[in-house]
Ligand binder design. Structure first.
Ligand code: ATP
Ligand code: MG
Length: 143
C-alpha cells in the first residue's frame, strides 16, 4: 500500500446533473482526500491536448466536443492506492459494464458521456495533475 495522487474529472454530463457533491461523497467514503479542486470550462485546445493520446481514435472529435460542452470539475485525489481505488469507485468505462454501486453505474448512461475521468497509472497521474494544477496547485493535508 502506498499513498498516491490521481487526477479526477467530473465531466460535463455529471456537472449538469448537479451531482458534484454526491460524487465527492463517494471519493471521501472510499478514503480518498481532495487535495486540489477547480471548476473550469475547457477550451477545445485544452481538452484536445488532455486527450491527445486518443487523437487517432474515431471518437476523438466527439470526445473533445463533449468535454467542452459545459464546465467540468477537476480534482486531485490522494490516498492509499488512489489510482486503482478511484478507478474502482468510477466503474468500467462503459456504464453498461460498470459494477453496481459505482459512479458510472449510478450517474452515467453511455460510454461517450460517462460522468468521470480518472488517471490510469502513476506516470499519467503525475502528468495530468501537473497539466491542470501546475507544480504548486496541490495542497498537502497537514492535518
Ligand atoms: P477516462 O480516461 O475518461 O477516465 P477510461 O480510462 O475508462 O476513461 P479511455 O479508454 O481512456 O477510458 O477513454 C477515454 C474516454 O473516451 C472515455 O472515458 C470515454 O468518454 C471516451 N470513449 C472511450 N471509448 C469510447 C467509445 N468506444 N465511444 C465513445 N467514446 C469513448
Ligand atoms: Mg483513460
Amino acid at each position: 500500500m502506498t499513498i498516491e495522487r490521481t487526477l479526477s474529472i467530473i465531466k460535463p454530463d455529471a456537472v449538469a446533473k448537479n451531482v458534484i457533491g454526491e460524487i465527492y461523497d463517494r471519493f471521501e467514503k472510499a478514503g480518498l482526500r481532495i487535495v486540489a479542486s477547480r471548476m473550469e470550462h475547457l477550451s477545445a485546445a485544452k481538452a484536445g491536448e488532455f486527450y491527445a493520446v486518443h487523437r487517432e481514435r474515431p471518437f476523438y472529435n466527439d470526445l473533445v466536443a463533449f468535454m467542452t460542452s459545459g464546465p467540468v470539475m477537476i480534482q486531485a485525489l490522494e490516498g492509499e492506492d488512489a489510482i486503482a481505488k478511484n478507478r474502482e469507485v468510477m466503474g468500467a468505462t462503459n456504464p453498461a459494464d460498470a459494477a453496481a454501486g459505482t459512479i458510472r453505474a449510478d450517474f452515467a448512461q453511455t460510454v461517450d458521456e460517462n460522468a468521470v475521468h480518472g488517471s490510469d497509472g502513476l506516470d499519467t497521474a503525475r502528468a495530468e495533475i501537473e497539466f491542470f494544477f501546475g507544480n504548486d496547485g496541490v495542497c498537502p493535508r497537514t492535518r
